[in-house]
Design a protein around this ligand. Structure first.
Ligand code: HEC
Length: 167
């Protein structure tokens, strides 16, 4: 068992963050208050951006593997560092804000195991309400992520057209 544990330590995921383009960053684009900005950074940015801060235990397998999976998957679903690009959100970009609100409301995000290790990521009911209110306003101010075929500034509440482009 000990030998296995020691052996596992040699399989080490990379802790290098991909580069950040400040112009594509969600917080740079949306410019929230310091309070909102801190909440998003503390609760979401470790898994949903290129600004992951790796804790000491992220060097210890198998925790390191689980963590790396969360980060890779997290970035695929939602990447605040790529907000200005079509890769910001894994699904329909215009649904990004709705999904963000939903996971906060239901307490699905941040993931529970992350909250256990990161007290600063736990959102109180008041925090959640404040964050959700702010995100709701974002969808009105045209800060939704861009998609391949839709210009920036998509209006909230508008139904996306069936695939066909109208001119
Ligand atoms: C510990 C890493 C981690 C943290 C912290 C985290 N997430 Fe996630 N997030 C994930 C992973 C992994 C997935 C994809 C798998 C899943 O949906 O459970 C995901 C998926 C999502 C999705 C997509 C859900 C869907 O149905 O496609 C949204 C939206 C999201 N997260 C928002 C947030 C927000 C907002 C925060 C901060 C309040 C946050 N997450 C914090 C790891 C994290």
């Amino acid at each position: 068992m000990l030998v296995l544990f020691i052996g596992m330590q040699f399989i080490r995921p990379s802790h290098q963050n991909p580069p950040v383009d400040p112009q594509q960053d969600f917080l740079a684009i949306a410019q929230p208050s310091a309070e909102i900005s801190t909440m998003l950074k503390n609760a979401c940015y470790d898994c949903h951006s290129h600004e992951t801060k790796y804790p000491w235990y992220s060097n210890v397998a198998p925790v390191s593997w689980i963590l790396q999976n969360h980060i890779i998957e997290g970035r695929e679903h939602l990447n605040f560092s790529k907000w200005g690009t079509p890769e910001a959100f894994g699904e329909e970009p215009e649904e990004a804000f709705e999904e963000i609100i939903e996971v906060i409301q239901k307490g699905e995000m941040p993931l529970w195991d992350y909250k256990m290790m990161h007290p600063e990521a736990r959102l109180s009911e008041a925090d959640k309400n404040q964050l959700i209110n702010w995100v709701e306003n974002q969808s009105l101010s045209g800060n939704a992520p861009v998609s391949d075929n839709q210009p920036k500034g998509f209006e909230a509440g508008e139904e996306p057209e069936d695939d066909e482009e109208e001119h």
